[in-house]
Design a protein around this ligand. Structure first.
Ligand SMILES: NC(=O)C1=CN([C@@H]2O[C@H](COP(=O)(O)OP(=O)(O)OC[C@H]3O[C@@H](n4cnc5c(N)ncnc54)[C@H](O)[C@@H]3O)[C@@H](O)[C@H]2O)C=CC1
Ligand SMILES: O=C(O)[C@@H]1CCC=N1
Length: 267
Protein backbone atom coordinates (compact mmCIF):
# COMPACT_ATOMS: atom_id res chain seq x y z
CA UNK A 1 0.00 0.00 0.00
CA UNK A 2 0.97 3.61 -0.56
CA UNK A 3 2.52 5.10 2.57
CA UNK A 4 1.10 8.42 3.68
CA UNK A 5 3.17 10.73 5.86
CA UNK A 6 2.18 13.57 8.16
CA UNK A 7 4.47 16.40 9.23
CA UNK A 8 2.56 17.96 12.12
CA UNK A 9 0.21 16.12 14.45
CA UNK A 10 -2.15 18.86 15.54
CA UNK A 11 -5.87 19.42 15.16
CA UNK A 12 -6.01 19.20 11.39
CA UNK A 13 -3.68 16.23 10.93
CA UNK A 14 -5.65 14.28 13.52
CA UNK A 15 -9.01 15.25 12.01
CA UNK A 16 -7.91 13.88 8.62
CA UNK A 17 -6.34 10.73 10.03
CA UNK A 18 -9.31 10.01 12.31
CA UNK A 19 -11.65 10.47 9.33
CA UNK A 20 -9.74 7.88 7.29
CA UNK A 21 -9.47 5.43 10.16
CA UNK A 22 -13.22 5.69 10.83
CA UNK A 23 -14.01 4.50 7.28
CA UNK A 24 -11.05 2.13 6.94
CA UNK A 25 -9.96 4.06 3.81
CA UNK A 26 -6.35 4.08 4.99
CA UNK A 27 -4.82 1.49 7.30
CA UNK A 28 -3.19 2.91 10.43
CA UNK A 29 0.02 1.00 9.63
CA UNK A 30 0.33 2.93 6.35
CA UNK A 31 0.40 6.31 8.10
CA UNK A 32 3.72 7.78 9.27
CA UNK A 33 3.75 10.75 11.59
CA UNK A 34 6.18 13.23 13.09
CA UNK A 35 5.83 16.63 14.74
CA UNK A 36 7.82 19.04 16.85
CA UNK A 37 7.68 17.10 20.12
CA UNK A 38 7.56 13.37 20.77
CA UNK A 39 4.87 13.93 23.42
CA UNK A 40 2.64 15.59 20.83
CA UNK A 41 2.65 12.68 18.35
CA UNK A 42 3.94 9.59 20.23
CA UNK A 43 0.88 8.85 22.41
CA UNK A 44 -1.50 9.65 19.53
CA UNK A 45 0.42 7.35 17.16
CA UNK A 46 0.38 4.58 19.75
CA UNK A 47 -3.34 4.99 20.46
CA UNK A 48 -4.24 4.78 16.76
CA UNK A 49 -1.58 2.27 15.64
CA UNK A 50 0.20 4.76 13.35
CA UNK A 51 3.93 4.61 12.65
CA UNK A 52 5.79 7.31 14.63
CA UNK A 53 9.09 8.39 13.06
CA UNK A 54 11.95 10.41 14.50
CA UNK A 55 12.22 13.31 12.03
CA UNK A 56 10.48 15.18 9.23
CA UNK A 57 13.16 13.81 6.87
CA UNK A 58 12.20 10.28 7.84
CA UNK A 59 8.57 10.99 6.96
CA UNK A 60 9.67 11.97 3.45
CA UNK A 61 12.07 9.01 3.14
CA UNK A 62 9.33 6.52 4.00
CA UNK A 63 6.14 8.02 2.51
CA UNK A 64 5.07 8.55 -1.10
CA UNK A 65 2.49 11.22 -0.20
CA UNK A 66 3.46 13.74 2.50
CA UNK A 67 0.90 16.01 4.15
CA UNK A 68 2.23 19.28 5.54
CA UNK A 69 0.08 20.02 8.59
CA UNK A 70 2.09 22.73 10.32
CA UNK A 71 1.39 26.40 10.99
CA UNK A 72 2.41 28.90 8.29
CA UNK A 73 5.22 30.31 10.46
CA UNK A 74 7.14 27.03 10.64
CA UNK A 75 6.53 25.91 7.05
CA UNK A 76 9.73 27.55 5.74
CA UNK A 77 11.99 25.72 8.17
CA UNK A 78 10.18 22.41 7.59
CA UNK A 79 10.58 22.77 3.80
CA UNK A 80 14.27 23.60 4.17
CA UNK A 81 14.68 20.46 6.29
CA UNK A 82 13.03 18.09 3.78
CA UNK A 83 13.99 19.82 0.53
CA UNK A 84 16.79 17.41 -0.45
CA UNK A 85 14.82 14.26 0.33
CA UNK A 86 11.72 15.51 -1.50
CA UNK A 87 13.79 15.99 -4.67
CA UNK A 88 15.48 12.58 -4.36
CA UNK A 89 12.42 10.61 -3.32
CA UNK A 90 10.04 12.43 -5.70
CA UNK A 91 7.39 12.51 -2.99
CA UNK A 92 4.10 14.27 -3.58
CA UNK A 93 3.72 17.15 -1.09
CA UNK A 94 0.22 18.05 0.03
CA UNK A 95 0.05 21.38 1.86
CA UNK A 96 -2.93 22.41 3.97
CA UNK A 97 -1.09 25.49 5.23
CA UNK A 98 -3.36 28.48 4.85
CA UNK A 99 -2.11 31.60 3.12
CA UNK A 100 0.87 29.90 1.41
CA UNK A 101 0.73 29.47 -2.37
CA UNK A 102 2.11 26.65 -4.48
CA UNK A 103 4.59 29.10 -6.05
CA UNK A 104 5.89 30.11 -2.60
CA UNK A 105 6.40 26.47 -1.64
CA UNK A 106 8.13 25.72 -4.96
CA UNK A 107 10.39 28.74 -4.45
CA UNK A 108 11.66 27.43 -1.11
CA UNK A 109 12.16 23.97 -2.60
CA UNK A 110 14.30 25.35 -5.43
CA UNK A 111 14.38 24.59 -9.12
CA UNK A 112 13.68 20.86 -9.06
CA UNK A 113 10.17 20.03 -10.15
CA UNK A 114 8.18 18.78 -7.18
CA UNK A 115 4.64 17.46 -7.36
CA UNK A 116 2.56 19.75 -5.15
CA UNK A 117 -1.09 19.74 -4.13
CA UNK A 118 -2.51 22.61 -2.11
CA UNK A 119 -5.61 21.75 -0.09
CA UNK A 120 -7.88 23.56 2.34
CA UNK A 121 -9.93 21.15 4.44
CA UNK A 122 -12.03 21.85 7.49
CA UNK A 123 -12.20 20.07 10.84
CA UNK A 124 -15.43 18.30 9.93
CA UNK A 125 -13.35 15.85 7.86
CA UNK A 126 -13.02 14.03 11.20
CA UNK A 127 -16.66 12.93 10.90
CA UNK A 128 -16.46 12.55 7.09
CA UNK A 129 -18.57 15.67 6.56
CA UNK A 130 -15.82 18.07 5.53
CA UNK A 131 -15.36 20.18 2.44
CA UNK A 132 -11.87 20.36 0.97
CA UNK A 133 -10.62 22.60 -1.84
CA UNK A 134 -7.84 21.30 -4.13
CA UNK A 135 -5.31 22.95 -6.46
CA UNK A 136 -2.37 21.10 -8.00
CA UNK A 137 0.78 22.55 -9.55
CA UNK A 138 1.59 21.79 -13.22
CA UNK A 139 4.06 19.06 -12.19
CA UNK A 140 1.45 17.04 -10.30
CA UNK A 141 0.41 14.06 -12.44
CA UNK A 142 -3.27 13.35 -13.08
CA UNK A 143 -2.77 9.97 -11.44
CA UNK A 144 -1.49 11.54 -8.20
CA UNK A 145 -4.12 14.30 -8.26
CA UNK A 146 -6.92 11.73 -8.54
CA UNK A 147 -5.34 9.49 -5.92
CA UNK A 148 -5.32 12.37 -3.40
CA UNK A 149 -8.78 13.51 -4.47
CA UNK A 150 -10.10 10.01 -3.85
CA UNK A 151 -8.49 9.93 -0.39
CA UNK A 152 -10.01 13.30 0.49
CA UNK A 153 -13.43 12.45 -0.95
CA UNK A 154 -13.85 9.86 1.80
CA UNK A 155 -13.69 12.76 4.27
CA UNK A 156 -16.74 14.53 2.85
CA UNK A 157 -16.75 16.53 -0.36
CA UNK A 158 -13.94 18.00 -2.43
CA UNK A 159 -13.90 20.79 -4.96
CA UNK A 160 -11.18 21.84 -7.41
CA UNK A 161 -10.48 25.54 -6.86
CA UNK A 162 -8.32 28.20 -8.51
CA UNK A 163 -5.61 29.33 -6.11
CA UNK A 164 -6.80 32.94 -6.31
CA UNK A 165 -9.99 31.82 -4.53
CA UNK A 166 -8.31 29.99 -1.65
CA UNK A 167 -8.57 32.90 0.80
CA UNK A 168 -12.31 33.14 0.15
CA UNK A 169 -12.57 29.40 0.63
CA UNK A 170 -10.69 29.65 3.95
CA UNK A 171 -13.45 31.94 5.19
CA UNK A 172 -16.41 30.00 3.74
CA UNK A 173 -15.11 26.46 4.21
CA UNK A 174 -12.00 26.34 6.43
CA UNK A 175 -12.79 28.74 9.26
CA UNK A 176 -16.57 28.69 8.94
CA UNK A 177 -17.10 25.63 11.17
CA UNK A 178 -15.96 27.89 14.04
CA UNK A 179 -18.45 30.54 12.94
CA UNK A 180 -21.23 27.95 12.84
CA UNK A 181 -20.22 26.48 16.23
CA UNK A 182 -20.34 30.06 17.54
CA UNK A 183 -23.84 30.54 16.10
CA UNK A 184 -25.02 27.28 17.66
CA UNK A 185 -23.50 28.20 21.00
CA UNK A 186 -25.14 31.64 20.87
CA UNK A 187 -28.53 30.09 20.08
CA UNK A 188 -28.09 27.58 22.89
CA UNK A 189 -27.02 30.30 25.33
CA UNK A 190 -30.21 32.19 24.52
CA UNK A 191 -32.10 28.97 25.32
CA UNK A 192 -30.32 28.87 28.69
CA UNK A 193 -31.47 32.44 29.29
CA UNK A 194 -35.03 31.09 29.09
CA UNK A 195 -34.42 28.12 31.38
CA UNK A 196 -33.22 25.22 29.19
CA UNK A 197 -30.11 23.36 30.26
CA UNK A 198 -27.05 24.07 28.10
CA UNK A 199 -26.96 20.44 26.95
CA UNK A 200 -30.63 20.42 25.97
CA UNK A 201 -30.34 23.79 24.25
CA UNK A 202 -27.17 22.82 22.35
CA UNK A 203 -28.76 19.61 21.06
CA UNK A 204 -31.83 21.48 19.85
CA UNK A 205 -29.76 24.21 18.17
CA UNK A 206 -27.28 21.77 16.54
CA UNK A 207 -30.05 19.54 15.17
CA UNK A 208 -31.88 22.58 13.77
CA UNK A 209 -28.67 23.77 12.05
CA UNK A 210 -27.89 20.31 10.66
CA UNK A 211 -31.41 19.87 9.29
CA UNK A 212 -31.38 23.36 7.78
CA UNK A 213 -28.02 22.75 6.07
CA UNK A 214 -29.27 19.43 4.64
CA UNK A 215 -32.45 21.09 3.45
CA UNK A 216 -30.49 23.76 1.56
CA UNK A 217 -28.34 21.08 -0.10
CA UNK A 218 -31.32 19.04 -1.35
CA UNK A 219 -33.94 21.76 -1.93
CA UNK A 220 -34.63 23.33 -5.29
CA UNK A 221 -35.41 26.59 -3.46
CA UNK A 222 -32.87 29.29 -2.61
CA UNK A 223 -32.04 29.93 1.06
CA UNK A 224 -34.09 33.16 0.86
CA UNK A 225 -37.15 31.23 -0.36
CA UNK A 226 -36.69 28.82 2.54
CA UNK A 227 -36.52 31.78 4.96
CA UNK A 228 -39.83 33.00 3.56
CA UNK A 229 -41.37 29.54 3.88
CA UNK A 230 -40.62 29.50 7.63
CA UNK A 231 -41.83 33.06 8.17
CA UNK A 232 -45.59 32.96 8.73
CA UNK A 233 -47.31 36.32 8.18
CA UNK A 234 -47.44 38.16 11.49
CA UNK A 235 -45.59 35.27 13.11
CA UNK A 236 -42.69 34.64 15.43
CA UNK A 237 -39.99 33.97 12.82
CA UNK A 238 -40.27 37.28 11.02
CA UNK A 239 -40.12 39.06 14.38
CA UNK A 240 -36.88 37.19 15.17
CA UNK A 241 -35.39 37.84 11.71
CA UNK A 242 -36.06 41.56 11.92
CA UNK A 243 -34.42 41.70 15.37
CA UNK A 244 -31.37 39.85 13.95
CA UNK A 245 -31.05 42.36 11.15
CA UNK A 246 -31.47 45.26 13.55
CA UNK A 247 -28.42 43.88 15.38
CA UNK A 248 -26.55 43.63 12.04
CA UNK A 249 -26.54 39.86 11.51
CA UNK A 250 -25.65 39.82 7.81
CA UNK A 251 -23.11 42.61 8.24
CA UNK A 252 -21.44 40.72 11.06
CA UNK A 253 -21.08 37.63 8.82
CA UNK A 254 -19.65 39.65 5.94
CA UNK A 255 -17.23 41.36 8.34
CA UNK A 256 -16.10 37.95 9.61
CA UNK A 257 -15.41 36.87 6.03
CA UNK A 258 -13.58 40.14 5.25
CA UNK A 259 -11.39 39.78 8.35
CA UNK A 260 -10.62 36.11 7.61
CA UNK A 261 -9.60 36.87 4.03
CA UNK A 262 -7.49 39.85 5.10
CA UNK A 263 -5.68 37.73 7.71
CA UNK A 264 -5.10 34.86 5.26
CA UNK A 265 -3.58 37.23 2.73
CA UNK A 266 -1.20 38.67 5.34
CA UNK A 267 0.38 35.30 6.19
N1 LIG B 1 -7.43 23.76 12.39
C1 LIG B 1 -8.17 23.88 11.30
O1 LIG B 1 -9.42 23.88 11.35
C2 LIG B 1 -7.52 24.03 9.96
C3 LIG B 1 -6.15 24.22 9.85
N2 LIG B 1 -5.57 24.34 8.60
C4 LIG B 1 -4.13 24.53 8.49
O2 LIG B 1 -3.49 23.36 8.97
C5 LIG B 1 -2.22 23.70 9.53
C6 LIG B 1 -2.12 23.07 10.92
O3 LIG B 1 -3.15 23.63 11.74
P1 LIG B 1 -3.57 22.95 13.10
O4 LIG B 1 -3.52 21.48 12.98
O5 LIG B 1 -4.82 23.61 13.51
O6 LIG B 1 -2.36 23.45 14.04
P2 LIG B 1 -1.82 22.79 15.38
O7 LIG B 1 -1.10 23.87 16.10
O8 LIG B 1 -2.91 22.05 16.07
O9 LIG B 1 -0.76 21.71 14.84
C7 LIG B 1 0.49 22.07 14.33
C8 LIG B 1 1.41 20.86 14.44
O10 LIG B 1 2.67 21.21 13.87
C9 LIG B 1 3.69 20.65 14.70
N3 LIG B 1 4.96 21.32 14.46
C10 LIG B 1 5.38 22.56 14.87
N4 LIG B 1 6.65 22.77 14.43
C11 LIG B 1 7.02 21.67 13.72
C12 LIG B 1 8.18 21.29 13.03
N5 LIG B 1 9.25 22.11 12.94
N6 LIG B 1 8.22 20.07 12.42
C13 LIG B 1 7.15 19.23 12.48
N7 LIG B 1 6.01 19.54 13.13
C14 LIG B 1 5.95 20.74 13.74
C15 LIG B 1 3.15 20.82 16.12
O11 LIG B 1 3.84 19.98 17.04
C16 LIG B 1 1.70 20.41 15.88
O12 LIG B 1 1.57 19.01 15.95
C17 LIG B 1 -2.14 25.23 9.57
O13 LIG B 1 -1.28 25.67 8.55
C18 LIG B 1 -3.57 25.68 9.31
O14 LIG B 1 -3.61 26.86 8.56
C19 LIG B 1 -6.29 24.23 7.45
C20 LIG B 1 -7.64 24.03 7.51
C21 LIG B 1 -8.37 23.97 8.75
O1 LIG C 1 -7.37 29.56 11.80
C1 LIG C 1 -6.62 29.20 10.89
O2 LIG C 1 -5.65 29.88 10.56
C2 LIG C 1 -6.89 27.91 10.16
C3 LIG C 1 -7.18 28.08 8.70
C4 LIG C 1 -8.56 27.52 8.47
C5 LIG C 1 -8.99 27.10 9.77
N1 LIG C 1 -8.08 27.28 10.67
Amino acid sequence: MVKIGFIGAGNMARAIINGWLATGKVAAADILIHSAHRQSYGPYAEEKGLVPVESNKEVVEQAEIVFLAVKPLVLGSVLAEIKQDVQTKKSVLVSMVSGVSLAEIQEVLGNGKVELLRIMPNVNVEINEGITALAGNPTLTDEHYHFCEDLLNTLGKTTPLAEKDFSTFVALGGSSPAFVYFFIDSLARAGVKYGLTKKQATEIAAQAVMGSAKKILVASKTPWELVDAVSSPGGTTVAGLLAMEEAGFMTSIVKAVDATIAKDQKK
